[in-house]
Design a protein around this ligand. Sequence first.
Ligand code: PLP
Length: 391
Amino acid sequence: MAQRVYLDWNATAPLRPQAEQALRDALALAGNPSSVHAEGRAARHAIERAREEVAALVAARPADVIFTSGGTEANMLALTPAIETSTEKRPRGKLLMSAIEHSSVRAGGRFSRDAIADIAVNADGRVNLAALADAISKAPRPLVSIMLANNETGVVQPVSEAAAIAHAGGGLLHVDAVQAAGRIACDIGALGADLLSISAHKIGAPKGVGALIRGREDIHFPDPLMRGGGQERGSRAGTENVAGIAAFGAAVAAVRRQRAEEAAHMLALRNMLEEGLRAISPQIVIFGAAAERLPNTTLFALEGMKAETAVIAFDLEGVAVSSGAACSSGKVQPSHVLAAMGVSPPLLRGAVRVSLGWTTTEADIARVLGAWRKVSGALSKGSKERPGMAA
Ligand code: PLP
């Protein structure tokens, strides 16, 4: 049987060999990182080395990094009205977020529902900065949350411009960089982010680890969600996931060395994929194609195609792709991202995401295109035979 082709890297990435090695090494460490003896100090050392790597990935200081159980927890920790700076202790009244955020941001953290407002996006999938400025003029000093790159379309958001607008209105900016980190430059200072979330499993480390990073020393880390011991400088109680964190550090070290090369590799293959898709299906719509996107992501639809049918058909051909956000796959719902971009209902239900990684090859792209030839052929035959069934 032909090998399977995994093209769902935005859902999660396979372990990098360096991360797997670090994971094994750290699993052998017996000590608790809070203990003062040699075993404890060895575990502490593994965590602190990883903290240095993660900080360097976004050009922050190690002291600015809090390890969490993943991107979801980092987002949840960040989004609180009680976010303070050294000079400003008053709670934030509003949370302004783009309409295309991941569900872990859309949930609003510790803000009440009525304190949350959406910022519209343009048809190309980029946040509408005029709408942000307008919202801030009506609700000064908000916490603003805007992702660096969207998980469905891959569209890169104008984060540094949003930071300038937020700061001019007395606001603070949280950036969900879970999909962007390791794929594009992610310098926290250049972005103007006050807080930034990343997740280990999108860059080749195990699932269940992430980090919240602050962009300025005078930002106080938010009140902990986990209370108990004083781990992570009092911001996240509980004995640390030493092996997961060590593997996170190793994956980050690898990605820091290889990012430019990996990005160029993925972009060349992604371009090949999109040219092939367009050649097979001239009517295909590739979302966000006119905007700057992550080098590895393509989200496309064909009128008449149902995403769940297409994903199953690809799977039967040995190709793993996704119908939009992984967190909501299993229950296929129209994408809130495409709805926010004003995509028409017939296309909304048919979006398929192909996301590439550092081990993707030209042969994988040939396989996905071969599968698409069959899948799209069968779909168009089906829609001709059963008009009205396709939407
Ligand atoms: N933010 C974005 C943009 C994501 O794509 C994801 C996961 O898909 C998350 C946050 C959640 O991260 P985690 O799976 O580590 O909780």
